[in-house]
Design a protein around this ligand. Sequence first.
Ligand SMILES: Nc1ncnc2c1ncn2[C@@H]1O[C@H](COP(=O)(O)OP(=O)(O)OP(=O)(O)O)[C@@H](O)[C@H]1O
Ligand SMILES: *[C@@H]1O[C@H](CO)[C@@H](O)[C@H](O)[C@H]1NC(C)=O
Ligand SMILES: *[C@@H]1O[C@H](CO)[C@@H](O)[C@H](O)[C@H]1NC(C)=O
Ligand SMILES: [Mg+2]
Length: 335
Amino acid sequence: MGRSGAFGGSVVLWALLAAHVAMAFEPVSVGIAIGAVSLTGYLSYSDWYCRFTECCREDRPLNASALKLDLEEKLFGQHLATEVILKALTGFRNNKNPKKPLTLSLHGWAGTGKNFVSQIVAENLYPKGLKSNFVHLFVSTLHFPHEQKTKLYQDQLQKWIRGNVSACASSVFIFDEMDKLHPGIIDAIKPFLDYYEQVDGISYRKAIFIFLSNAGGDLITKTTLDFWRAGRKREEIQLKDLEPVLSVGVFNNKHSGLWHSGLIDKNLIDYFIPFLPLEYRHVKMCVRAEMRARGAAVDEDIVTRVADEMTFFPKDEKIFSDKGCKTVQSRLDFH
Ligand SMILES: Nc1ncnc2c1ncn2[C@@H]1O[C@H](COP(=O)(O)OP(=O)(O)OP(=O)(O)O)[C@@H](O)[C@H]1O
Ligand SMILES: *[C@@H]1O[C@H](CO)[C@@H](O)[C@H](O)[C@H]1NC(C)=O
Ligand SMILES: *[C@@H]1O[C@H](CO)[C@@H](O)[C@H](O)[C@H]1NC(C)=O
Ligand SMILES: [Mg+2]
C-alpha cells in the first residue's frame, strides 16, 4: 500500500474506496464511513484505508515516548531491559537504511518478563500486538517439537519467513524457548539475519527478530546476588557487568540453542538483554498490577498473602522468586 497523495474526490478513487470497504464491512458502516470521509474531505487514501484494515506501514515512526511509558509503568525491576530495548528499537526504527535486521536476544530466569516485554514491543509496533498479521511467534516445543524433523522445519521456516517479509518488510519474529530449539533450525534463519542487501530478491533489513531463552539466567542471577550481598543497589547493575558474562556464558551452554549456531561468533545478535530475577517487592507489584487489570481495588492484605505464598531462593536469604511473577495470576484466583 503506497502512501498516495491527498484524497481529492476523484471518481476513480471513490469507486476504489467503496470497493475496498464493501468487501469488509456491511452497508451501514460503509455509508457512515463514506459520509465521514466526505466531511473531512482530504484524508490520504492510505491513512483512511489503514483505519479499517491492518497495514504494514514500515515508514510509520515508532512513538518512543509511548514505548518508554509502557515499559516504565508495566515492567517491574528490569531497568537494564527497559533501557536497552528502548534504545535498540528507537535507533533501529529511526534508521532509514538499516544494514541488517534488528536481532534482540532476551535472557533470564523464569517469569521475569521476557514474553511480557515481547508483547509490549509488538503492541508498540503494531496496535494488534501478537495478533497482528505482521508479528509471528514461534514456540520451539510447540512448532518444532521433533528433532528428527529438523530438515522439514528448516524448509518450512525459511519459506514462512520469506513469505512474511515479502508481504511486510518490517515483520516481527519472536522465537520463544530458544534453549529448546535445535541448532539446525537456527542455522536456517541465519542467512536472514546477516548483512546482506538482499536474499533472493528480498531485503530482510527492516525485520525484527526477538529470541527468548532462560540461557544465562543462572549467571545473571549470580551477578544480581553478588550485588545484593555487597549491599549494592540492584539499579547499580550496569550492562557492562553482565553483557560479556552473558554472551560467553550462553555460548558455552550446550542447551542455549544459540550454541554452535554461529549467531554469536558471527556477531549477528545486536543486543543481549538480561532479565534480573525478581524480588519479593516486585512480586507484590505484579499482584497489584494484576488486581488493577481485573478491575478490583488493590487489597494490601491479599497482596501480602499472595506474595508470601511464592517460594524464594537462595535457601538462606530467600531473596529472589523461584518463578518470578509467573504464577501470580493463578494464585490470585484463590483469594
Ligand atoms: N518484570 C515484570 N514486570 C511486570 N510483570 C511481570 C514481570 N515479569 C513477569 N511478569 C508477569 O508474569 C507473567 C509471566 O511472565 P513472562 O511470561 O513474561 O515470563 P518469562 O520471562 O517469559 O518466563 P519463562 O522463561 O518461564 O518463559 C507476565 O505475563 C506478567 O504478567
Ligand atoms: C506518543 O505517545 C504519547 C504517550 O502515549 C502520546 O501522548 C502522544 O500523542 C503520541 N504521539 C504521537 C505522535 O502519536
Ligand atoms: C506468514 O505467517 C502466517 C502466520 O502468522 C502464516 O499463516 C502465513 O502462511 C505466512 N505467510 C506466508 C506468505 O508465508
Ligand atoms: Mg516465556
